[in-house]
Design a protein around this ligand. Sequence first.
Ligand SMILES: NC(=O)CC[C@H](N)C(=O)O
Length: 362
Amino acid sequence: MDKTVKLVFQDGLEIEGKSFGAYTSAAGEVVFNTALVGYNESLTDPSYKGQIMVMTAPMIGNYGVPDDKAMINEIEAWMESNQIQVTGLVVSYYADDYSHWNAIQKLGVWLESQNIPGIYGVDTRMITKKLREQGSTLGKIVADTDVAYYDPNEDNLVDQVSCKEVIRYNEGADIKIVLIDCGVKNNIIRCFVNRDVEVIRVPWDYDYSTLEYDGLFISNGPGDPALCVPTINNIKESLKGDKPIFGICLGNQLVSLAAGASTFKLKYGHRSHNQPVQLVGTKRCFITSQNHGFAVDDSKLPEGFKTFFTNLNDGTCEGIRHESKPIFTVQFHPEAMGGPVDTEYLFDEFIEEVKKYKNANA
Ligand SMILES: NC(=O)CC[C@H](N)C(=O)O
C-alpha cells in the first residue's frame, strides 16, 4: 500500500494515485459505477470481466469482504461468482479498516490475493465526467511496468467465464429450467432454487435441445453480445418452440439478436442501483440495478415483439416481450445483488408461465 501508481487513459491523460490491492499493472475498458454499496458483488459479477471499475461512492472498503470460499447450496454464499472479475479498481478514498458482521478481510488484501490492482486517492468525479463526455474508453493502471491497452469487447469473454460442463442445482424439483451460462451471477441461481426450480446450468455454446426441461433462461455476461454466435443460433431454434423463455441483461441482448433485432454500444453504459425503468403501456416505474454497456435497438423490433420496459433516463430499451408467446427479457437485473429487488417478481411471472406450459403438456 501507499506506493505511487498511475491511471492512464488511451487519450494520454495520466492521473497519479496510491496503490492498494496488488502492486501490478493491468489494462481494460474503464467504466464507472455509481452504486453506493455492493462492491463485493460487483467485483465478482462476471459481466465486469476485462473492465477497470471506477466507483463513484466516496469511500470504498469500509465494510470489508466476507468469506469468498463459504458455500451455500454449491455456490458462493456471499459472492456473485468464484473470483474477482474486474481487471482493476479505482476509488477515491480507500478504507483499509473495516467493520461489518460478515467481513473477514480487508478489501485490499482480497484484491492482492487475486493479483488485482487498485488505485485510490484520485478524483473519481472528474474521471466520471470525462467518461460521460467522451464515452467509455480504454485505460490501464500502471505500477512498476507498462502494459499494452486491451479492448475486452474484441474478445470472447463469455467463453472464459461460462461453466465448462453441465451443473444441476436442486435436482429432482418438479419444474426444470435450462440456464444458459454466459457468465451467470450466483443470485440468479439462488432466485430459481429458492422458488424450488431445478436449474440445469449449461455452457454458453451447449446444444441443450436433447435435455428434458420446461423453460429456458439466458444469463447476463461480459462483452459484446454479437460475439456469442453459437448461443444466438441455439436461441433461434428455441424461439420456434413453445417453451417459456426469460433472459437477463446479456440474455436480453442475445434473445433480441436471435429474434432479428440489433444491438449497439451505449456511450458510457448503465452501471448503478438506481436506474428508473417504465413498464411500457403503464405508468409504473421501477428502480433497477444495472450493469451494461450495450443495448437493444427497439426502433425496429422483429415482428411479434414489442418493447417491455424503457429507461427513463435516456429512453433506451430495457427489455422486449413477445406479443403472444411466453417470451420476455430485461436489460436490468431483477435478481439485484446489489441493488433494489423491486423487479424480482419477474422470476415468479416466468415460473408461472413455465408451470402453465408444463401442465398443458403433461
Ligand atoms: N450485465 C450484462 O449482462 C452485460 C451485458 C453486456 N456485456 C453489456 O455490456 O451490455
